[in-house]
Design a protein around this ligand. Sequence first.
Ligand code: FES
Length: 102
Amino acid sequence: MPKVRIIELDREIEIPSGQTILQGSMANGINFGFVCGGNAACGTCLVKIVEGLESLGARNPKEDFLAKAMMLEPEYRLGCQTEVSESPLVCSIVSLARERRS
Ligand code: FES
């Protein structure tokens, strides 16, 4: 099972391949924004992929639509839409990073 390191929590979790970053995080007790219920409409689940971006599939049409509207750089992905592959990831959960700065 691929390992995903969450920088803000200094924690490594395992997320089954094919599960989204949001689903896998919640299954591991890590809660972050998902105001729209995981429907690619709010952007509160935003994650910055620090390592492993190349292992992820392309944005699906729903994610792509919101990413364009938000003018997101490629390394920013929606946690509710981005499925983990077989490779490890290192990521920053944007809402947690913002909390730490405030
Ligand atoms: S939960 Fe709203 S865009 Fe992901």
